[in-house]
Write a protein that binds this ligand. Structure first.
Ligand code: MG
Length: 466
């Protein structure tokens, strides 16, 4: 009798193990889809789940509750072009010439763009048969040879540079005031479909809604294949416009209206994934390219309790409101460890079983262990560049600031400053004189990094010849 029951137990264990292996391998084989929702100049404090008292973001809050909210997640640059180059390549933008000490970002007269020798996350995923789509602001070169369709994306719908560029010069006025009051028709920004201009100037009142429609269509059209969608909203970068349904609806003025429309858009993407039964095999990431544009006052956002804003390498310029969502895959929680947009390429490659380039220096880490099981983040350090100059270095909890941004050429501080970002996330209390050995160690880390960066042509300087 005992013999029979032991045998039965063994069979049960064997059968159960087999079933587990089959289910596990089945799950492992099911490719994950990836969606990046990227906003422009949204501050760390600009969502209700990060404490904003007058902007209501129920969809982002729900995403954060069901997924992971990261509280120490960094962009790789405090401005648009460089930040996006890092997100796409997993490499510091100085390595691709997409950070410059001469010009802040790419402009409509720029001839440069992300070099073709760079390998984007879209190209990495295409190697394992993903369908790839981009919707929104690109800002890595607007000439045909630099558009998303040359960098691994099967399709593109969006504006090629910032929404305040190509201003109609007959509309006179102070730059800051115009950024707050000019009509959308004052900015001759083109809307491009793949490589063709389809509208100019683009009607920015409806742009967030139209990006959303395109994103939803991309998901539905590609539901039977693994896909990667990069949805990069062109706002809350100034000038700010919202569609009729959202205009005047927030307590925060037009800035809040814009964020609330983007929040609605996030809800549309999530709802579409649920309706198409894709939610259990899709990872959605939400983050911003850099901090809020403070000079525009109420038309710029808020870094919350962080110091500094867009254009600078204090935390408010670099730390982003960040959420990862994926029911059944992403382990819910608040992650207080470090991550960066530099880590997106290696993380998605790891989750998709794709190869990370090995013929070049990569600056990203694979965060998949943190996403799937809340393991420890492999990222312990972060390098903060203002233009092409290294301004600050973080290792574990300490950050040393050696330069301060003041335009494109950060000036060297009289004395380096040191902050403990755990105890002092607002960078208020300089510890440099108390901990000189840490200052020295961090500066040495920065020197080692710099000595490994090979000079390449500056992509932001060349202009289109007339
Ligand atoms: Mg930006």
């Amino acid at each position: 009798m005992i013999f029979v029951s032991i045998n039965w137990v063994k069979r049960f264990i064997f059968g159960f193990s087999l079933l587990f292996i089959l289910v596990a391998s089945g799950l492992a084989k099911e490719p994950l889809n990836f969606v990046i929702i990227f906003t422009d100049d949204q501050g760390y404090g600009d969502m209700s789940c990060n404490g904003h008292p007058t902007i209501h973001t129920p969809n982002l809050d729900r995403m954060a509750y069901q997924g992971q909210k990261w509280t120490q997640f960094y962009s790789s640059a405090p401005v648009c072009t460089s930040s996006r180059a890092a997100l796409m390549t997993g490499r510091l933008p100085v390595r691709s010439g997409m950070a410059s000490s001469k010009r802040v970002v790419l402009f409509p007269d720029s001839a440069g763009g992300l070099p073709q020798y760079e390998i984007t996350v879209a190209e990495v995923l295409k190697e394992v048969d993903y369908k790839t789509g981009m919707v929104g602001k690109w800002h890595m070169g607007h000439l045909p040879e630099h558009l998303p369709t040359t960098q691994g994306f099967d399709s593109y719908y969006g504006i090629p540079y910032s929404n305040d560029m190509d201003r109609d010069l007959s509309v006179k006025g102070n730059w800051i005031e115009l950024g707050k009051t000019a009509p959308w028709s004052a900015y001759r920004v083109p809307l491009i479909k793949n490589i063709k201009e389809i509208e100019r100037p683009v009607n920015q009142n409806t742009i967030t809604r139209r990006y959303t429609q395109e994103a939803v269509k991309f998901i539905k059209d590609n539901k039977s294949k693994p896909f990667f969608l990069y949805l990069a909203h062109s706002m809350p970068h100034i000038p700010l416009y919202a569609s009729r349904k959202f205009k005047g609806k927030s307590l925060n003025g037009i800035y809040g209206d814009v964020i609330q429309e983007i929040d609605w858009s996030v809800g549309q993407v999530i709802n579409t994934l649920r309706q198409q039964d894709l939610h259990k095999k899709t990872i959605v990431m939400f983050t911003s390219d850099n901090g809020p544009w403070e000079v525009f006052k109420t038309h710029g956002g808020s870094s919350g309790l962080l110091r500094g804003a867009k254009g600078g390498t204090r935390e408010g310029g670099m730390r982003e409101p960040t959420i990862f969502w994926g029911p059944g895959n992403i382990k819910p929680g608040v992650i207080q460890e470090m991550g960066s947009t530099l880590d997106v390429l290696p993380t998605f490659a790891s989750l998709a079983g794709a190869k990370v380039p090995t013929d070049r220096k990569m600056d990203g880490y694979d965060l998949s262990e943190v996403l799937l099981s809340r393991g420890k983040s492999p990222r312990k350090e972060m390098y903060f560049f203002g233009g092409a100059k290294l301004s600050a270095i973080r290792f574990e909890n300490y950050k040393v600031q050696v330069r301060e941004e003041n335009g494109i050429n950060p000036i060297i501080l009289e004395k380096p400053e040191l902050y403990h970002l755990g105890e002092d996330p607002s960078e208020k209390y300089d510890l440099a004189s108390k901990r000189p050995e840490i200052v020295k160690d961090l500066i040495n880390r920065g020197e080692r990094l710099k000595s490994g960066i090979k000079p390449v042509p500056d992509q932001l300087v060349p202009k289109i010849s007339k």
